[in-house]
Design a protein around this ligand. Structure first.
Ligand SMILES: [Zn+2]
Length: 429
């Protein structure tokens, strides 16, 4: 089996730098922590922020800064100074859902299609169970050592932004608008955009590199709400409870049992939304259900929230001494409506992907990204592919050929935006 080809000479030129960077960044423990009290939620994110800032300075970028919350920003002056300023974003943190400390990446050259046994944790990447892997025979792959996640989400994206910027900074033949680079903390706990200074960033639009499959452009995310249902009962010693005890845990259990089974993440796909109770705590006195509610359509999202509320009310109404509280918190909106107002933003990404020889495809994300809230905050931000797969698990892997293609797309995207301003820029081969 011959090695998998690169998508272009440009991608091949970027490949080794992208891999070196992914390996270097992956070794820094930047796992974020839920219910944070500080930003960043964990100190390792600041360590990586400082490392990236030093590298950006070495590349000659201007205005390199790490703010008090570990947001990294920098400017690469454009070859077309009057073109609009474009942002390139990736997130510093990795998921709290699998071990994230002590990552030791392994590069496997020319994957042969057999099950890939990693040295630790008994982890096997089995192509029989991983159809995406099955189609990457001949690719160079990066994995963890098996007992941690790799952190390609989103260090592949970060490596691609850095490698593209490094090339653009040293090759004056490559046209570009002024680029603003940004690396954000705590994306995995939904807080990446919270303290992002959109005005200070000063870009007209931005792109996150935080997707997966080559060619993907994500311009649509869920709209998201979190619902906390609290039931208060009457707690009495069970020996004296006859006719007095009102058990909150039992009532909450009935609420869970009565939620529609066809409105769950495990029974829906594509553009269908869901109600997902993900945490329960309860005593006879008080019980709390935390649920996330998702849909691509805002009205249907409100309907799902209403279903959860109605079920809770009906159950608790059977016991007049119990008290119910339902708190709804909006988390992020579907970014589609903001991107539809600026169609040139997604169109530029599709053009860059085409120039890299790939077919662009728009995919709705069954989740959110920093771009969901950034788009709402006035910075339209679609999401681009990175070539990383099996995120948030110890089986996470990334294809070197696909990461190189993603970095090349960033270089071409700069070219697309620069060209729009003068119509006559040379294209890299
Ligand atoms: Zn991510």
């Amino acid at each position: 089996m011959p090695p998998a080809p690169f998508t272009s000479a440009l991608a091949e030129r970027l490949a080794s730098d992208v891999v070196d960077r992914l390996v270097r960044y992956a070794r820094v423990d930047t796992q974020s922590r839920r219910d944070r009290e500080t930003c960043p939620s964990t100190p390792g994110q600041r360590d990586l922020a400082d490392l990236l800032a030093a590298e950006l300075r070495d590349l000659g970028l201007e205005d390199v800064s790490v703010d008090e919350h570990a947001y990294v920003t920098a400017t690469l002056r454009g070859t077309r100074p009057d073109a609009p300023v474009i942002g390139l974003l990736a997130h510093l943190d990795v998921s709290p859902d699998a071990p994230g400390a002590g990552v030791e990446p392994i590069v496997h050259r020319e994957y042969d299609g057999a099950p890939l046994a990693l040295p630790r944790g008994g982890t096997v990447l089995d192509p029989q169970r991983m159809p995406e892997l099955r189609s990457r025979v001949g690719h160079d792959l990066v994995t963890s050592s098996g007992d941690t996640l790799l952190g390609a989400d989103d260090k592949a994206g970060m490596a691609e932004v850095m490698a593209a910027v490094a090339l653009l900074a040293t090759d004056p033949q490559l046209p570009r608008p002024t680029l603003r680079v940004g690396f954000t903390p705590d994306e995995e706990i939904g807080e990446g955009a919270t303290l992002f200074d959109v005005e200070g960033f000063g870009a007209t639009c931005a792109y996150t590199l935080d997707g997966s499959e080559p060619g993907e452009v994500q311009d649509e995310t869920f709209s998201a709400a979190e619902v906390t249902v609290t039931v208060r009962g009457v707690d009495v010693h069970p020996g004296f409870a006859t006719g007095k005890l009102v058990n909150a845990a039992r009532l909450a259990g009935r609420i869970l049992a009565q939620l529609p089974p066809d409105l769950a993440p495990e029974t829906t796909s594509g553009r269908e939304g869901f109600i997902h109770p993900y945490e329960f705590s309860g005593t006879a006195g008080t019980a709390t259900i935390r649920a996330i509610v998702r849909d691509f359509d805002d009205e249907r999202l409100a309907d799902h929230v209403a279903v959860l509320r109605r079920v809770a009310e009906e159950v608790v109404a059977t016991e007049p001494r119990a008290v119910l509280e339902v708190a709804v918190r909006e988390q992020y909106p579907n970014m589609r409506r903001f991107l539809d107002e600026r169609p040139e933003v997604t169109a530029a990404a599709e053009e860059a992907i085409r120039r890299e020889g790939l077919e662009p495809h728009r995919v709705p994300i069954r989740g959110g990204t920093d771009g969901s809230r950034l788009s709402e905050m006035g910075l339209p931000t679609p999401n681009l592919f990175t070539g990383g797969h099996e995120y948030h698990s110890v089986r996470e892997w990334a294809s070197v050929q696909e990461m190189a293609a993603a970095a090349a797309v960033v270089v071409r995207l700069a070219g697309v935006w620069a060209e729009r301003w003068d119509g006559a820029a040379p294209r890299p081969s």
